[in-house]
Design a protein around this ligand. Structure first.
Ligand code: SF4
Length: 329
């Protein structure tokens, strides 16, 4: 196929070409994965970045995202307001003690209030004093200039706001905010020199064209970090009965994201365990980053299994100097 080689030589691969490759069943998924691996190896060697999530506020959300167990349409068991600063700071210590590179503070909801921004900013200032090496990513929803400015001043390194799906398929996923609302927030972060993290959720009924469109949209946004979530269907949500992913399909689509975004941090995120199952380690041939521990409202596998998986594969945890790919400073 020699796709990786021509990408490394700086040749553009078009959307049409990648769509054909993605859909061509004559092209073996493992061969495609090897192309992705050539790129991953070129930019990241065998290093794996680790990330850990704190679910800092759960449920109580007015939005109607069709995949989300915290949406207004769901009866949530796990509902709580923003946790105290001490808990955010304590979570960072756990992350630090587990050699985690990036600590992700995540809040449910359409977007944070100014009070919530102040609360999180204060906690981040304290974390940065205690653990200056630890990178901090906030995922708080739709934001504005003023809020981004405060977050930047507090020491936030990165902001996550996923595009989630393609622009074309967005209205099938959520109707209470637009695709543009999402990309606007990412642009605000870039304007304030906060590293943009934006990714997708696959397996929500999107087409192959949507998959390829998402990969190119993230290239255009210039996201430094790209989490790829695989739908973990939650009963009662719009996509609660959806079951269209197989481990091989996950490997195929993650390879496409690497081919389009060769030098970016690509993370296997939520739904990794149930969708990739025994093929989880293979996904690290395309991705160079994982979440360790639990996700927002679904459990992950125990940390030690993740460390073991990395070791068994002959890969190593990126303890390094914790530089962020493409960091904007
Ligand atoms: S994904 Fe975020 S915005 Fe959407 S329903 Fe869930 S918590 Fe609300």
């Amino acid at each position: 196929m020699n796709l990786a080689k021509s990408i490394l030589q700086g040749k553009e691969v078009t959307k049409d070409t990648l769509l054909k490759i993605y859909e061509d069943r004559e092209i073996d998924t493992l061969d495609l994965l090897n192309e992705a691996y050539t790129l991953r190896k070129h930019y990241f060697g065998k290093k794996v970045k680790l990330n850990m999530i704190l679910n800092a506020k759960s449920g109580i959300c007015p939005e109607n995202c069709g995949y989300c167990g915290q949406s207004r349409d769901m009866k949530q068991k796990q509902r709580y307001a923003l946790v105290p600063e001490e808990q955010i700071i304590e979570g960072a210590k756990v992350a630090h003690d587990n050699n985690i590179g990036t600590y992700c503070i995540v809040m449910s909801g359409r977007g944070p209030s100014n009070k919530e921004i102040d609360h999180i900013s204060k906690a981040v200032e304290e974390i940065k004093l205690n653990h200056p090496q630890l990178k901090i990513c906030a995922c708080l929803g739709l934001t504005n200039d003023e809020q981004a400015k405060k977050l930047k001043a507090s020491g936030i390194d990165r902001y996550n706001h996923n595009i989630n799906t393609s622009e074309n398929y967005h209205k099938e996923v959520v109707t209470t905010h637009t695709y543009k609302d999402r990309t606007d927030t990412i642009e605000i972060m870039k304007k304030h020199n906060i590293s943009p993290c934006s990714g997708v959720i696959c397996g929500m009924g999107e087409s192959s064209q949507d998959i390829v469109d998402m990969a190119f949209a993230l290239k255009e946004i210039d996201a430094d970090s790209i989490p790829i979530n695989f739908l973990h269907p939650i009963k009662g949500t719009k996509f609660g009965e959806m079951d269209e992913l197989t481990p091989m399909k996950c490997l195929r689509l993650i390879s496409i994201f690497r081919l389009v975004n060769p030098s970016k941090e690509i993370r296997i995120a939520g739904g990794r365990e149930i969708n990739l199952r025994s093929l989880q380690p293979l996904a690290l041939k395309a991705a160079n980053s994982i979440f360790v521990g639990d996700y927002l409202i679904t459990g992950g596998q125990p940390n030690k299994l993740d460390y073991k998986m990395i070791e068994d594969l002959g890969f190593e945890v990126d303890f390094g100097n914790n530089e962020m790919a493409g960091t904007r400073e």
